[in-house]
Design a protein around this ligand. Structure first.
Ligand SMILES: *Cc1c(COP(=O)(O)O)cnc(C)c1O
Length: 391
């Protein structure tokens, strides 16, 4: 007789358990229906029109002002934007923000990529790299040989958040990759010189754009460096600054991306700003980590509570449960992009907790995971093995 095998893809999660919105990806991430409706309503006079004319430039202007307000930027700070997303901004920073040598806190895929970009640059000295194990973050080590400290607010590949603070007694500017942290985690603008991000994460828009909140010290470099070093125009932050001041970008931007982004910052500000958005992320994180801590088969990957990200949660599963199989069943039921960051190589799920995502939906997702594990049968898990001490 054939053994009875459940075809996992055929498991149908009862509809009353499903989240209202099934998007839990860490980028691109959930875009709220109201943003899409607003874009559709404006489309006839907006999409397909010149980015050098008022309808688009007014949106760029509003986005700049909204960012200054959302992050309570001190006097003298300016908002720059350009095309290409964060990965392109790393190259622009490699050309136009680092004088000779940078220090990088590397604790995952994204923070390591920027370090690799500066290491490869022939015009810069080899960077100082401070590393820590995946699932934790290192701390700044003050180094007199560097002129730039490169921090990451949230390491999206591992689900670790890090505090943003200037190194004590350290000279040099502080650059922060805030691609997944910006808008979902608290930050004090006096602690950074350049806080940069792309809008497909907490800002619930589409990708391909970068934004950079720059202090006077960062702007001084933006103005000075291109005079002394060859910089490709599309990566020249001085050109980006000049265009941003005119509410434009150097080359043509994606208009839908700008519109969706504008809707999201309006929503954030009209509900109370960063206090509102970080509150939503805190609630979702409480739900997710609380569920995992109480679970017999799952646990938070990041041991230290203070390092557990409130915008991207990573949950380890006991070896008796195949997390990828769980993600596959979720996907077949319309709950998508919970797959782990592949290069991390762990038996885990990664779940976005960005401001657009409702805590109730995170709770429903946890319920769906419990249902799947139950449906796969008791042989699929033998209770918690390898539980680790919490700190
Ligand atoms: C997503 C992400 C990036 C890459 O952003 P792109 O816009 O795809 O270049 C970089 N850093 C962090 C922390 C991210 O989360």
């Amino acid at each position: 007789m054939m053994p009875y095998v459940i075809d996992a893809e055929d498991l149908t999660i009862p509809s009353h358990l499903l989240p209202k919105d099934g998007r839990f990806g860490s980028g691109p991430s959930k875009v709220r229906a109201e943003q899409v409706a607003s874009l559709a309503a404006d489309a006839p006079t907006y999409l397909g029109t010149s980015h050098r004319q008022a309808p688009v430039r007014d949106i760029v202007s509003e986005i700049k002002a909204a960012m200054a307000s959302l992050f309570s930027l001190p006097d003298g700070y300016e908002v720059l934007l350009g095309n290409g997303g964060t990965t392109t901004f790393w190259d622009a920073a490699t050309f136009g923000l680092i004088d000779t040598r940078s220090e990088h806190l590397c604790f995952g895929e994204f923070s390591s990529k920027f370090a690799a970009a500066t290491r490869a640059a022939p015009h810069l000295a080899d960077p100082v790299i401070i590393e820590s194990e995946p699932g934790s973050h290192p701390d700044v080590v003050v180094d007199d040989s560097v002129d730039t400290y490169a921090l990451t607010h949230n390491e999206t590949s591992t689900g670790v958040m890090a505090p943003i603070a200037r190194p004590a007694n350290g000279e040099g500017i502080v650059l922060v990759d805030a691609t997944s942290g910006a808008g979902g985690l608290p930050v004090d603008a006096s602690q950074f010189d350049c806080y940069y991000f792309a809008p497909q994460k907490s800002f619930a828009s589409d990708a391909g754009l970068w934004l950079a909140l720059c202090s006077p010290a960062a702007l001084e470099r933006v103005e000075r460096i291109p005079a002394s070093r060859w910089v490709p125009p599309s990566l020249d932050l001085k050109i980006a600054l000049d265009n941003s001041r005119l509410n434009q970008t150097y080359n043509t931007p994606a208009l839908a991306t700008l519109h969706l982004l504008r809707s999201q910052v309006r929503w954030m500000l009209s509900n109370g700003g960063l206090e509102f958005t970080t509150g939503r992320c805190d609630r979702s994180a409480d739900v997710l980590y609380g569920w995992a801590e109480a679970s017999e088969f799952a646990q938070p990957f990041v041991e230290k509570r203070s390092m557990r990200s409130h915008v991207v949660g990573t949950i380890d599963f006991d070896q008796s449960i195949d997390a990828l199989k769980v993600a596959g069943i979720l996907r077949a039921n319309g709950v998508v992009d919970t797959d782990p960051y592949r290069k991390l190589g762990r038996n885990q799920l990664r779940i976005a907790l960005f401001p657009a995502i409702d805590a109730e939906d995170v709770a429903a997702l946890c319920g769906c995971i419990d249902w799947i594990v139950e449906a796969l049968g008791p042989s699929s898990h033998g209770g918690r093995t390898g539980a680790r001490p919490q700190s």
